[in-house]
Write a protein that binds this ligand. Structure first.
Ligand code: 5GP
Ligand code: MN
Length: 343
């Protein structure tokens, strides 16, 4: 038996919204990852199986290694299809907001959605959700939003309602948000849910390979280059920094997703508690990825220094400056957080 973490009154409220309405839009965050797409598609199949009209909307494309997820072809991307998205959003009776905690995290789509009076249901595991939602299923202790979607479906309709397709989507989200159950995954319930998903027939080893064994040769070479030439370790701060400038990304023909996960690597160095990756997406625009271990709150660093936020151990942000300025800012950040990094 799973511990009941979603309160019954939230389940009742969601059930009422689903049964009384016909058109649903499921939204998730910009640069969708395995959990964003996995949780959205699991819920998509569930609502569809209840005979309802449902559309998943994402701000921009998901990475290729997720394209095999059942239902991925039916997703609408705001970046490519504004008109269709606006039509779906304005016709929606209700919204499900998955894997983000505030409408501003979904880019321009958030502004379109904010204009609709239709109820918005949040299902998410990021801390500090805003008050835009009529129902808030928000549990930072959950390993992923996909875990919460499994729990939601199970409480609404029982495990029998979980199909093979939903199981593949849920497993992918749980696996990607925990680094294949290497972190944020110590709760027993996670493994009870995995057991239930295996009962649906998923092939967990195959899913692992489909998601993680998809590097291009250029990515492999880029990783070698980054680790050999671009890794800087600040030993007295237990911190590490990786940087890639725009012309370096071009040189390695790096495509979207090629740098995914790089930020985790320096944490494998003994004693490292904090890792930062600065990636110059476009000249002057720097994407910031932060990772930490134990209690070091990289979301606080993201909020204070990098215009961002996120989870305690995985967060991010964005800078509009040169790489040299960004590196300087990182230096300031570790100085400010020195005590927490070294105690
Ligand atoms: P990643 O490093 O994979 O891009 O992001 C890791 C996590 O940080 C995401 O799952 C998300 O929770 C958070 N995050 C990334 N960028 C931002 C941002 O600009 N603002 C906020 N609030 N969170 C972010
Ligand atoms: Mn997530």
């Amino acid at each position: 038996m799973l511990e009941q973490i979603i309160p019954q009154n939230s389940i009742d409220a969601v059930e009422k919204i689903i049964s009384c309405n016909n058109k649903f839009v499921i939204l998730s965050h910009k640069n969708p990852d395995g959990d964003a797409l996995g949780s959205s598609l699991a819920l998509y199949h569930y609502i569809k199986n209840r005979g309802k009209n449902v559309q998943v909307v994402l701000p921009n494309p998901y990475p290729d290694f997720l394209a095999w997820l059942p239902g991925a072809d039916d997703v609408l991307l705001y970046e490519n299809d504004r008109e269709k998205v606006c039509e779906a959003v304005s016709g929606a009776d209700a919204f499900f907001c998955l894997d983000f905690n505030t409408l501003s995290r979904i880019g321009d789509v958030g502004e379109v959605v904010a204009q609709s009076d239709a109820p918005k249901i949040l299902v998410d595991h990021h801390p500090f959700p805003t008050d835009e939602f009529v129902v808030k299923i928000s549990f930072p202790e959950a390993c992923s939003t996909s875990e919460l979607v499994y729990r939601l479906i199970e409480m609404l309709s029982g495990d029998v309602a979980v199909s093979y397709e939903m199981a593949q989507c849920v497993y992918t989200g749980m696996m990607t948000d925990t680094g294949a159950f290497a972190y944020a995954s110590a709760r027993k319930d996670i493994y009870l849910i995995i057991a239930a998903l295996l009962d649906k027939g998923i092939d967990k080893d195959l899913i692992y390979r489909k998601v993680f064994y998809t590097y291009s040769m250029s990515r492999m070479r880029l990783m070698g280059y980054v680790m050999y030439r671009k890794l800087k370790v600040y030993k007295q701060f237990n911190a590490a920094l990786l940087t890639l400038e725009h012309d370096e990304l071009m040189r390695f023909y790096a495509v979207k997703g090629d740098t995914e996960g790089l930020v985790n690597q320096p944490l494998q160095i003994k004693g490292m508690r904090f890792s930062c990756f600065l990636r110059e997406e476009q000249p002057g625009k720097i994407n910031v990825s932060l990772r930490s271990v134990d209690d070091f709150p990289c979301n606080e660093v993201a909020a204070e220094f990098f215009n961002g936020g996120g989870h305690k151990n995985a967060s991010g942000g964005e800078l509009h400056c040169s790489m040299a300025e960004a590196v300087e800012l990182f230096g300031k950040a570790i100085k400010k957080f020195r005590k927490q990094l070294t105690e």
